[in-house]
Design a protein around this ligand. Structure first.
Ligand SMILES: *[C@@H]1O[C@H](CO)[C@@H](O)[C@H](O)[C@H]1NC(C)=O
Ligand SMILES: *[C@@H]1O[C@H](CO)[C@@H](O)[C@H](O)[C@H]1NC(C)=O
Ligand SMILES: *[C@@H]1O[C@H](CO)[C@@H](O)[C@H](O)[C@H]1NC(C)=O
Ligand SMILES: *[C@@H]1O[C@H](CO)[C@@H](O)[C@H](O)[C@H]1NC(C)=O
Ligand SMILES: *[C@@H]1O[C@H](CO)[C@@H](O)[C@H](O)[C@H]1NC(C)=O
Length: 421
């Protein structure tokens, strides 16, 4: 004890100064490390704390903004969250996402709030969003996870509408997965929120003549889906893709990739995805007005099948809490690398394009899936659903991020100022 005290109290001897130099070096390395990689998980847990203590709080507003990354943070328990959310009585929910009505009894999955590490998410204000987007169009184009998010946004926006009968599907169609195109009109706001089912974004087609016998159909990587002509003029577009871009849902099923008139029997699925994104990029450049349309590309939404894939008895029904073991999180999907790269390229080319990065936050939420609580009429031995999401639920957070990103870029601030007295 005496000796230890001496280390700090007595004037430094030569040996100590070496030690001190060594310690300072470690400290400097740690601080630099945590500044340079603010998103690193370890730095966030241990070293980030150190940097908070040491770094002076002189960060200007603009640096704070660039640091504020909604994609990184943690889930915090929030008992009050369900009170502020829509319920399963929202008329635009697909039966497949109404988990409570399909028998799910523990509802803890609704009581988690996403807390970004360096900032707060702005509270989702449906009335404010409606005011900004009025006389506008929001388009969701993509796979069924995109429909999941679309339904979530509609129900979130409904909370800002006083007369619910003024919101309806334009063609009177029911909200089911069997419809490829649905458009919800918010009459009082002259707003439509539209969904287009385009799992690959590009066209799928019957076989071209003279195709090899193992080909059952083709994905045409150089031709965007014909629905795309309806997306022109939208104010906000949210694309989503990923779940169909794997071998199981393409080549293994006999769906090969076509470019020009030729089926390419060797093209790899990720290469095909890259080419399809390129096709989408050209479309964005040619068809969207740079100042008007805001494009979001939502990142990959992780699935949580355990002990087998969806068709092998994989399950998620025993999960009642988000994942807490960081070692169990999957690495970044290759899809995201490609998507974020394209988003960046389009941004550089003067389009308002953002990568909506929800993968990390969603990765934790193994508790948020319908699992065995699927739509009524599902046979008891049917596969569990561990890829879509119960509503209200996780996709609400994606839409909170969408809203936050629109606010950040000052989406339609003009309209708002113009309405002020
Ligand atoms: C940050 O912005 C607020 C208003 O948005 C302003 O009052 C404050 O002075 C700014 N701080 C710095 C350091 O620029
Ligand atoms: C998405 O966000 C997570 C968490 O911040 C990050 O680790 C990951 O690198 C991001 N992905 C891309 C492609 O930017
Ligand atoms: C409704 O919104 C569309 C744009 O989506 C616009 O062209 C049209 O003029 C608006 N109608 C009214 C009555 O304001
Ligand atoms: C609500 O809207 C419907 C359809 O526009 C209308 O018939 C009804 O009178 C409205 N109800 C109220 C209370 O304003
Ligand atoms: C098929 O696609 C690959 C790229 O994945 C390309 O290298 C090859 O030349 C293509 N084959 C034909 C016949 O076009």
């Amino acid at each position: 004890m005496q000796q230890k005290l001496q280390l700090f109290c007595i004037p430094f001897k030569k040996e100590y100064s070496h030690l001190l130099l060594f310690l300072s070096l470690i400290l400097i390395t740690y601080v630099c490390y945590s500044i340079l990689s603010p998103l690193n998980q370890r730095s966030a847990i241990g070293i980030g704390f150190l940097s908070q203590l040491i770094l002076p709080k002189t960060t200007s507003n603009s640096t704070l903004k660039s640091y504020c990354d909604y994609s990184y943070g943690k889930w915090v328990w929030d008992e009050t969250r369900p009170i502020r959310k829509y319920t399963e009585n929202c008329p635009f929910l697909d039966p497949g996402f109404r988990c409570q009505q399909s028998g799910r009894q523990e509802l803890d999955y609704q009581k988690w709030r996403w807390q970004p590490q360096r900032c707060n998410l702005p509270r989702f204000d449906a009335a404010e969003f409606l005011r900004r987007i009025q006389n506008g169009r929001i388009v969701f184009a993509g796979d069924s996870i995109g429909r999941n998010q679309w339904e979530s946004l509609i129900c979130m926006l409904m909370q800002g509408v006083s007369n619910q009968s003024t919101v309806y599907e334009e063609h009177g169609n029911p909200i089911t997965k069997h419809n490829g195109y649905l458009s919800i009109r918010f009459h009082e706001y002259n707003l439509t929120v539209e969904y287009y089912r385009v799992p690959y974004l590009v066209m799928t087609d019957r076989l071209p003549p003279h195709a090899p016998p193992q080909v059952r159909g083709v994905v045409r990587v150089d031709t965007l889906h014909w629905y795309s002509e309806k997306w022109i003029g939208a104010d906000v577009l949210i694309f989503s893709a990923g779940h169909w871009w794997n071998k199981d849902k393409t080549t293994k099923m006999g769906y090969y990739f076509q470019e020009g008139g030729n089926v390419n029997m060797t093209m790899d699925v990720m290469e095909a995805f890259r080419r399809s994104l390129n096709t989408l990029k050209s479309w964005v450049m040619q068809n969207l007005e740079p100042g008007k349309s805001h494009v979001f590309f939502r990142s990959y939404s992780p699935a949580h099948y355990r002990d087998g894939e969806w068709n092998e008895g994989g399950h998620c029904d025993t999960n009642t809490k988000p994942e807490t073991d960081y070692a169990k999180l999957e690495p970044e999907p290759l899809h995201n690398i490609l998507i974020s790269e394209f988003a960046k390229q389009m941004e550089i080319a003067n389009q308002k394009v953002q990568f909506l990065n929800i993968t990390y936050l969603t990765e934790f939420r193994k508790d948020g899936h319908p699992s065995s609580h699927r739509e009524p009429g599902t046979p008891p031995n049917a596969p569990q659903d561990c890829s879509h999401w119960c509503l209200s639920g996780v996709p609400d957070t994606w839409n909170e991020l969408l809203y936050a990103n629109l606010l950040r870029i000052g989406f339609r601030t003009e309209t708002r100022n113009w309405k002020l007295p």
